[in-house]
Design a protein around this ligand. Sequence first.
Ligand code: CMP
Length: 139
Amino acid sequence: AATRTFSIIKPDATRRNLTGAVTKMLEDAGLRVVASKRIQMTREQAEGFYGVHRERPFFADLVAFMTSGPVVVQVLEGEDAVARNREVMGATNPENAAEGTIRKTYAESIEANSVHGSDSAENAKIEIDFFFKPEEIVG
Ligand code: CMP
């Protein structure tokens, strides 16, 4: 059955006008954009969204980066959406990402790595609910 995941096109990608190019790679991977909005994340949103990383040494930099420019938050739908999205994103660090993945193709660094995707179905639900009201998602 079709499931959903949550995706962010990060500031390094929006800055380089790659919103369409990244979305095309998601669509070509069998995912459908069922909700999408371009937002400027506030510091409070970024800190809340990445709350699980609060104790990590990169947390302050991560929050600064994610609020450094517009992002596009999306809900993606498809068969096995979480796994499919993780496959097309590639490894967090672009140095370790496979050929043909979004991060291998576009990411600048482990921080400016162009996309975020949920790592589990449970987190997908939490992350979708963080940014979208039910009526903003049209399947
Ligand atoms: P993301 O999937 O958005 O979740 C947390 C983000 O922290 C991750 O992608 C990376 O872009 C960023 N990050 C920065 N430094 C590191 C690091 N050393 N290890 C893991 N993630 C990092």
